[in-house]
Design a protein around this ligand. Structure first.
Ligand SMILES: [Zn+2]
Length: 685
């Protein structure tokens, strides 16, 4: 009881600080020998995957250090979980309760890298997924924040974009080899997240299972980091933390992935602290990922910022219970979940109350709430108090936004309710619908949108207030070549749900359907609701560009790139708009930014080549077009440009070969390129 809790920490902050100070003196290396910190978070790593033979590196760290056998995340979602890890705060306190929300550091929520940097540490962060992109706020305090993650240019800001752990660790190792003083390094490995497709050899190493194979691959990356620490002679002065950010359902309770339910398949995570002077130990009392930050700060002899929870290295407290939640079900118009888990009991609150006796039923199969009313009442009171500590929700859409929407011709419904409609379904009762949805989504993502249409149509009809079903149905229609039908779905959806992304999706579909007037209005509606939405600003820029308004287009792309600087397609669009102005030197700068973000981005290389041709340097342009084609062989515009650059620089034979190749290989839909190639070939004869 005495370590529950943020509530107690808040109420008795002074007393706890005294106790914490004593502990810090015992465990700390002292300010003169502060340890380096390496924090490795592995996405979607279930607690029960360690010690099964395919995670030798993590097991080795655990055997030498402190292993927590009863650790839980605070949210089974990547961004909120990492904000908790970095701040030591519960999601109700740090305010990031879903992916895609921006974390704002403030005096009551100072992230670890900022504290370490202020204490003189060098700080480096290396992440493997777009969901942790700098625009969501976790880069604060890092000298180096490496979030170079390639994105599907057609889909813009897709949260699923990732890069393999090997590339993340390559970058981390380069940084690690050149640090000159004490350091705090964070490495995020996304690999075990769905879809499960481990590199060759790892599936076999893990007994043939694809998810386990991804875990084995992530473990091999942990081994590389440990090896560099050892080779540099700093392993003994470094605290290495390995933690999962949340687990994975893998079918338990009907949940395939994570985020929708709050059972231990997705809440329980591995947690290991190893190195420096830490004594070997196994802790079986309940702990939370919220405890990492205060523990690391105490180890470094730094004062933990206020409001933090418990010290992982203090004596175990078996009376403690830990908080977790998920708001994600709101996206499906289902009830959000909050949970409290102690050594024996676990309570889950939604529109229903569930209680599990973990000591007899660790798989949470038998709800015993009815038989233990007293336990339910006590835990409900504690949970309700914790939830009430939440700062007020962001203000509802301002009235001027409503007026602007009306001026654009939209009568829009309410925004998604944050508190949860008490009649909304308990997500565990409708989880089958979510599995159906995930199957449909993977069909869309693998280029088979028509296969997903029937299921999504049914889901959209069954849950008309669910933004995620409406927007995904619309996307499937658009991808299946039915943009006008997609527009109809989005038009209906925005009448019920007030959401900037839905308006942006409406705009994208309207543009695909050739209705530029509606597309323009819908992007403006998106921006009325969320003026700093980079996807909508980029969409607006594209519409301006298409209408020949290069100046307005460039201004919109400038805003989009300022808000989301790691998006190569936004930079390339900015380059294209500036080239139209024309402002070649600023266009070149934008294209080069795109290639900094993604060196394989063919459109940017094509843009740079085009500038060189336009400014009379065709020979220098050849290499840029070749670079574009190396990464996108079917990019016939770049191939045509290559021919022109060769021809203009006097390499006529090579130019002829390129034009002939276009005529031989380009499908009929590349009409413009085919006609130009034929014409240019004719000219030379
Ligand atoms: Zn995650």
């Amino acid at each position: 009881m005495k370590r529950l809790t943020i509530v107690l920490t808040l109420s008795f902050g002074v007393a706890l600080a005294v106790v914490a100070g004593c502990r810090a003196g015992r465990e700390s290396l002292g300010p003169t020998t502060r340890p380096n910190i390496v924090l490795i978070t592995i996405d979607t790593l279930r607690a029960d995957r360690l010690r099964r033979g395919f995670t030798p590196a993590i097991d080795g760290l655990a055997d030498a250090g402190v292993r927590f056998d009863n650790a839980r995340t605070t949210v089974p979602l990547t961004l909120p979980s990492h904000v908790t890890i970095m701040t030591g705060l519960l999601p109700v306190a740090h305010g990031v309760r879903e992916n895609g929300v921006v974390f704002t550091p403030r005096p009551s929520a100072v992230p670890l890298p900022r504290v370490f940097k202020n204490a003189g540490y060098q700080t480096g962060g290396f992440v493997g997924a777009y969901v942790l992109d700098r625009r969501f706020g976790l880069a604060d305090g890092f000298d180096m924040y490496d979030d170079r993650i390639r994105r599907d240019p057609d889909e813009g800001a897709r949260l699923e974009a990732e890069r393999p752990g090997g590339e993340v660790v390559d970058a981390a190792v380069v940084w690690l080899k050149q640090v000159t003083s004490q350091f705090f390094m964070w490495v995020h490995l996304y690999d075990p997240h769905a879809p499960y497709d481990p590199p060759a050899g790892y599936r076999e190493k893990a007994g043939g299972d694809a998810y386990n194979g991804e875990v084995a691959y992530a473990d091999a990356q942990v081994a590389r980091i440990v090896e560099v620490l050892r080779a540099r002679g700093v392993l003994s002065s470094t605290v290495v933390v390995v933690a999962g950010d949340h687990g994975e359902g893998l079918g338990e309770h009907g949940e395939q992935t994570h985020g929708m339910l709050a059972y231990d398949s997705t809440l329980r995570v591995p947690l290991v602290l190893s190195g420096a002077t830490l004594q070997k130990r196994v802790v079986s009392a309940p702990v939370s990922l919220a405890d990492i930050a205060p523990s690391l700060l105490r180890l470094a002899g730094l004062p933990p910022p206020g409001g933090h929870s418990a010290d992982l290295l203090a004596p175990e407290s078996r009376e403690r219970d830990v908080y977790a939640e998920t708001q994600y079900p709101r996206s499906a118009a289902w009830h959000p979940l909050a949970a409290l888990a102690g050594e024996r009991w676990k309570l889950i609150l939604s529109s229903e109350t569930e209680l599990y006796d973990l000591s007899n039923d660790p798989a949470e199969q038998h709800d015993v709430a009815a038989a233990h009313a007293g336990v339910v009442q006590g835990m409900t009171t504690r949970l309700t108090t914790l939830k009430a500590a939440a700062p007020p929700a962001p203000a509802a859409v301002a009235t001027d936004a409503s007026e602007r929407l009306r001026a654009l011709g939209y009568v829009s419904g309410s925004s998604v309710p944050s508190g949860g409609d008490p009649r909304a379904p308990n997500p565990s009762r409708v989880i089958d619908a979510w599995t159906t949805f995930e199957t449909a989504l993977s069909q869309i993502n693998s280029g088979r949108p028509q296969d997903a249409l029937a299921a999504l149509k049914a889901l959209a009809a069954r849950f008309p207030d669910a933004p995620v079903f409406q927007t995904t149905y619309g996307r499937a229609l658009k991808d299946a070549g039915r943009p006008a039908d997609a527009v109809a779905v989005y038009r209906q959806a925005v009448q019920r749900i007030r959401d900037a992304s839905l308006y942006h999706d409406l705009a994208v579909a309207a543009r695909a359907a050739g209705n530029l007037t509606e597309a323009f209005k819908a992007e403006q509606a998106a921006l009325a609701l969320e003026g700093r939405n980079p996807a909508a600003l980029n969409g607006l820029g594209l519409l301006h560009a298409e209408a020949g308004r290069a100046k307005e287009a460039a201004a919109a792309f400038e805003q989009a790139t300022a808000l989301d600087p790691s998006n190569a397609s936004y930079w390339t669009n900015l380059g294209n708009a500036r080239r139209e102005l024309p402002d070649f030197s600023q266009a070149e700068a934008a294209y080069r930014r795109a290639l900094d973000v993604d060196p394989t981005y063919a459109d940017a290389a094509n843009g740079l080549g085009t500038i060189l041709v336009q400014t009379g340097k065709p020979a220098a342009a050849v290499a840029w077009f070749e670079r574009a084609l190396q990464h996108a062989p079917d990019f016939y515009e770049a191939r045509l440009n290559l021919g022109i650059a060769l021809q203009e620089s006097g390499q006529r034979d090579r130019a002829t070969a390129v034009y002939r190749e276009i005529l031989a290989k380009a499908p009929a839909r590349f009409k413009r390129e085919r006609e130009a190639a034929a014409k240019l070939l004719g000219q030379k004869k």
